[in-house]
Design a protein around this ligand. Structure first.
Ligand code: DHB
Ligand code: FE
Length: 280
C-alpha cells in the first residue's frame, strides 16, 4: 500500500526560482533562506519518496478569473510549466501518475469533495518553485507528481476548515492506493503577504510564528479562522495558508516536527518551512 512518508510546508515565491536560476543562493540576502532547506533535502534523500502530491494555488497560469475551480487535480502523466511573466526558466517536464490521480479523484468524490479533473495542466510557480527547492538542479525528477490546486484567487475561497478536512480525506485516499508508493505531501505558499492594494508589503511576523506553532499539534485552531480574518491578519495573499492546512490534514491527527524555519522577508513575504512526519 502507499505510505505517506512526510509532509512539507514551504514558500513558493517566484524570486526563489529566479535566485536559483541566477546562482545567487550563496549571496547574503539568500543564504539563510536556502541553508534552511539543507536538512530537508537530506531527509528527502533518506526518505526516498516516489510520488509528490503538491498542493498549491494556481495564480492565473492554468486557470483564470473567468473559470476558477475551488479544487482541481492533475490527472495526466506529464505536467509542464510555462512563462508566467516572472522570468522563471522552463524546466524539464514533471512526470505524473494518472492512475494514482484517478484513485484520489474517486476517493475524494466518494467523500463529497468533487474535484475539477485536469487531463492537461500547466503548473505555475506555486508548484515549480517548491519542486526546485526540494531537488535543486534536477534534470530528471526523482518523483512522479500529482498537482492539487485550491482557489485562493477568485473569491469566495474554500474555508480553512474545509481545507483541513480535504487534507484529512486526501491522506486516507493516498494510503488506500494499493501500489507500493512512498508519498511526500507538499503544501506550498504563504505565509503572510500582500502583493497589492493599500497594505501592499504587509507582513505579520507574530501571526506567522503563531501559525507555524499551532499547525503542528493544533491545526484545528487555525481552521477556525474565516478567509476574511486571514486576510486581515496575514494580508490579501495570506489565505495561501489553506494549502498548509491541506498538507497538515493529510498527515493525520498526530505528527512529529523535524524541521521548522521562518525567514522574513523574502521578496514581499514571510517565508515558512516545515517538515513533519506522521506519528503514532
Ligand atoms: C510573491 C509571493 C507569492 O506567494 C506569490 O505567489 C508571488 C509573489 C512575492 O512575495 O513576491
Ligand atoms: Fe503565491
Amino acid at each position: 500500500m502507499a505510505k505517506i512518508v512526510g509532509g512539507i510546508g514551504t514558500s513558493h515565491i517566484p524570486a526563489i526560482g529566479l535566485a536559483m536560476a541566477r546562482n545567487e543562493c550563496a549571496q547574503p540576502y539568500w543564504k539563510p533562506f536556502f541553508d534552511a532547506y539543507k536538512p530537508v533535502r537530506e531527509w528527502l534523500g533518506a526518505a526516498r519518496p516516489t510520488v509528490a502530491v503538491v498542493i498549491y494555488n494556481d495564480h492565473g497560469l492554468n486557470f483564470f478569473l473567468d473559470k476558477m475551480p475551488a479544487f482541481a487535480i492533475g490527472a495526466a502523466n506529464e505536467y509542464r510549466n510555462a512563462d508566467e511573466g516572472w522570468g522563471l526558466p522552463t524546466l524539464t517536464p514533471f512526470p505524473g501518475d494518472a492512475a494514482f490521480s484517478w484513485h484520489l479523484i474517486e476517493s475524494l468524490a466518494a467523500a463529497d469533495f468533487d474535484l475539477t479533473t485536469c487531463q492537461e495542466m500547466l503548473v505555475d510557480h506555486g508548484f515549480v518553485v517548491p519542486m526546485q527547492l526540494m531537488w535543486p538542479g534536477a534534470t530528471t525528477w526523482p518523483v512522479r507528481t500529482i498537482p492539487i490546486c485550491v482557489n485562493t484567487v477568485q473569491h469566495p475561497l474554500p474555508t480553512p476548515a474545509r481545507c483541513l478536512r480535504f487534507g484529512e480525506v486526501l491522506g486516507k485516499a493516498i494510503e488506500s492506493w494499493p501500489a507500493d508508493e512512498r508519498v511526500i505531501v507538499l503544501g506550498t505558499g504563504g505565509l503572510s503577504h500582500q502583493l497589492d492594494g493599500q497594505r501592499a508589503g504587509f507582513i505579520n511576523k507574530p501571526f506567522d510564528l503563531y501559525c507555524l506553532e499551532k499547525i503542528v499539534h493544533e491545526p484545528a485552531l487555525l481552521a477556525r479562522y474565516s478567509i476574511k480574518e486571514l486576510i486581515e491578519l496575514a494580508g490579501t495573499q495570506g489565505p495561501e495558508l489553506i494549502q498548509w492546512l491541506m498538507m497538515r490534514g493529510a498527515l493525520g491527527p498526530k505528527v512529529r516536527q523535524l524541521e521548522r524555519n521562518y525567514h522574513v522577508p523574502i521578496s514581499n513575504t514571510g517565508s515558512g518551512l516545515m517538515l513533519l512526519e506522521k506519528a503514532a
